[in-house]
Ligand binder design. Sequence first.
Ligand SMILES: Nc1ncnc2c1ncn2[C@@H]1O[C@H](COP(=O)(O)OP(=O)(O)OP(=O)(O)O)[C@@H](O)[C@H]1O
Ligand SMILES: [Mg+2]
Length: 384
Amino acid sequence: MARNPFVPSFGTDPHVLVGRDSILDDFDEAFDEAPTAPGLSVLIAGQRGVGKTVLLNHFQHTAHRRGWLAIAESASPGLLDRLTRDHLPRLLAAHSPEAPTRVRSRSFGLAGANYQEQWEDRYPADATLRSQITEVTDVLAKHETGLVITVDEVQSASIEELRKLGEVLQHCRREERPVGFAAAGLTGPLDALLDHDGVTFLRRAQRYDIARVPVADVAEAMDQTVRHAGREFAPGALAEAARASQGYPYLIQLVGQQVWKQHPETQLITAEDVTAGAIAARRRMGNNVHAPAMRSLSEVDKSYLLAMAVDEGEPSRTGEVAKRLGVSPQYAGVYRSRLLASGVIEDAGHGKVRFTIPFLGQYLREHVVVDAMSAIADSAGIDQ
Ligand SMILES: Nc1ncnc2c1ncn2[C@@H]1O[C@H](COP(=O)(O)OP(=O)(O)OP(=O)(O)O)[C@@H](O)[C@H]1O
Ligand SMILES: [Mg+2]
């Protein structure tokens, strides 16, 4: 029985990457023109599940293909420490000809103590990020390669750490060192981050705002994915499966996986498999995407979303939402701004907003047990 080729798993490269060809071309071009290409500094913005991490992976793959080294990090606190105490000493140990002792094991999974001990002599605790990157890139430049650093979830970074990292990167640019940098984050919080003074280097990066992809391209990718794995769609079933994804990258994988699972032993994927798979996929969206997205929201935030859910997937007029909640447009506006900043909703133009994640409205109606009116009325009573 052929293995299910779909990967509904955050950060996992899909079998076919839909709708991102021009970005991948830009990555290629940037590395071809290294070290001076502006495209070597990249910022990827988008909503949950649209494929930001996967694009960071591809930035690294592009670098690896040219023999560059890459460090992949997430922007949780301690980022700089991890770079200077773990990643960079490890790369220096493996690649610097001046290494005092060659490391015996190349098993990068065993980070930490061993490497740290061996490098304590040459790289005392005060060794800066800048000197480490300088040393690594001095070595790599001789081989016409370089170093790539990717930082995921950049909206969660400490401004101070980003500022320091930015300074080092800007020095590298001035010295034309072969350093590539790519960061990714959720649009709303990322835009808030970019307002800070310390992150000029992020504002100067080549920015990509990624979103859903065309359903026609999804059909082609699903067809190819399934054929490569040895099965095929019955006539009509493919278009239906693609439509069920709504062009939302995470759903492409989830729908694909669930459709495939219906009768994995048969050659043909039928329209019935697609119908059943699409229902199963929608159910799983709840646990995997909707519930986590709701976790950081207050009851009042959720009330606002519930009032939007009445529109059943269509964009909601913000004035209308305020009316449904029984509060003033100004008051509702405060919550609208918070939700926009959190990335759960987005501006749909003409005074309207919409959910960024498919089926969120439906999920809220079915799962969020909250007395919308009383939550918002209580809060309005206190705050207004
Ligand atoms: N262009 C694409 N074509 C097909 N599948 C994709 C594409 N981009 C991402 N995916 C799939 O979508 C899922 C989510 O991708 P990824 O983890 O990169 O999203 P993300 O934007 O980083 O999400 P989050 O904001 O939650 O971190 C993964 O299963 C991935 O394989
Ligand atoms: Mg991600």
